[in-house]
Design a protein around this ligand. Structure first.
Ligand SMILES: Cc1cc2nc3c(=O)[nH]c(=O)nc-3n(C[C@H](O)[C@H](O)[C@H](O)COP(=O)(O)O)c2cc1C
Length: 327
């Protein structure tokens, strides 16, 4: 039998198996993600984290608008009311962080006294009046360029703890060579069978930067300060069969993390930007930038030079006992 025909027959034979396994992924996603039911503690806590993070991020913007984010605050309060109403423990890092962020939000908006804000203050106060929160459990810290970069040549633990997503940038353009060197470092990322499916697009054209960011849903309030955008993709051409159907996201995700570390090492400010979109936007971005159909888009990374002074959200991590199982 000609080899080409053999390959085609084999692919057709494997297709039902691949579909069956995608169906397995689909059912698990429907059953366990928060897409359908969301009253379980772990689901509610994740939603609370996402909501407080938006407000924490808002407080860290270069110029936060007084009175910003009332709808988001209202949603956060509703989620906390539901969480507490269901009797779930508030002694978790994420609930403490949410409470601290609410404190900081109302501190920032101390002088705002419109009806909506006053109602929110009353609802929040009912929830948080009994909590005592420590300083570093949530909210923002203000730092400067030197302090932010002080640990970039230190040991790995110090280095890793000193990296933060940056959303405040100066107007100095990013040197392309620094990005190339960061990619060189990220090239050391391990990948399955060393297949190296990751690809990086450097967008330096201002109009293209604007266009890409206009399709991305997480850069409000700071996107206009981003100088260059990196897009990390992972090429499906490197993978085969049903067992590798999700491998591109693992290799590409690991690569993206290396790149984020490398950008910090290069003394640049960087923020991962989700590419959580439906197919319409995915197709639009591919068209706008000429990204191959075979490449899965992992994320964008907004890059800029650090300003002299910057605010960063604490983005409190869970305690290890909240996430670790020893078997
Ligand atoms: C895949 C991914 C997507 C993200 N998307 C966004 C985004 O759209 N906008 C944003 O401001 N931050 C985004 N972030 C940054 C996270 O908010 C940030 O990594 C998290 O809060 C932890 O904070 P840290 O990076 O400062 O340690 C993203 C991070 C990852 C890993």
């Amino acid at each position: 039998m000609p080899k080409k025909l053999f390959v085609t027959i084999k692919a057709l034979r494997d297709m039902p198996k691949i579909m069956n396994n995608y169906n397995y992924d689909f059912k698990r996603y429907l059953k366990y993600s928060s897409s359908v039911a969301d009253n379980q503690r772990i689901k509610l806590e994740a939603q609370i984290t996402a909501k407080y993070h938006v407000i924490e991020k808002g407080l860290s913007m270069p110029k936060p608008r007084v009175g910003f984010g009332k709808d988001k605050v209202s949603l956060l309060i509703s989620l906390l009311e539901r969480y507490i109403g269901l009797g779930y423990s508030t002694e978790t890092t994420q609930i403490k962080a949410a409470v601290k962020v609410l404190f900081e939000y109302f501190e920032f908006n101390d002088g705002v006294n419109d009806d909506h804000t006053l109602k929110l203050k009353i609802r929040a106060n009912n929830l948080i009046k009994n909590y005592k929160v420590d300083d570093n459990v949530g909210g923002i810290v203000i730092t400067n360029r030197e302090e932010f970069l002080a640990k970039t040549n230190d040991n790995f633990k110090e280095f890793a703890f000193s990296r933060h997503s940056v959303r405040n940038f100066s107007d100095k353009p990013v040197d392309l060579n620094l990005l190339i060197e960061a990619i060189e470092i990220a090239q050391k990322t391990p990948s399955v069978c060393n297949r190296q499916s990751s690809r990086v697009y450097i967008i330096k054209d201002k109009e293209k930067v604007k266009e890409a960011l206009s399709l991305q849903n997480g850069n409000r309030g700071f996107g206009h300060l981003i100088d260059k955008v990196l897009i990390v993709t992972s090429d499906l051409n490197a993978f085969k069969g049903l067992i590798e159907r999700n491998q591109s996201f693992i290799d590409g995700g690991m690569y993206s993390m290396s790149l984020l570390y490398a950008l910090h090492y290069q003394g640049l400010g960087a923020c991962a930007l989700n590419w959580s979109v439906g197919k319409g936007k995915d197709i639009k971005l591919r068209k706008a930038l000429g990204i191959q159909g075979s490449e899965n888009i992992m994320m964008m990374i907004g890059v800029g030079n650090l300003p002299d002074k910057l605010s960063i959200p604490i983005s409190k991590r869970k305690d290890i006992n909240e996430i670790t199982t020893i078997i």
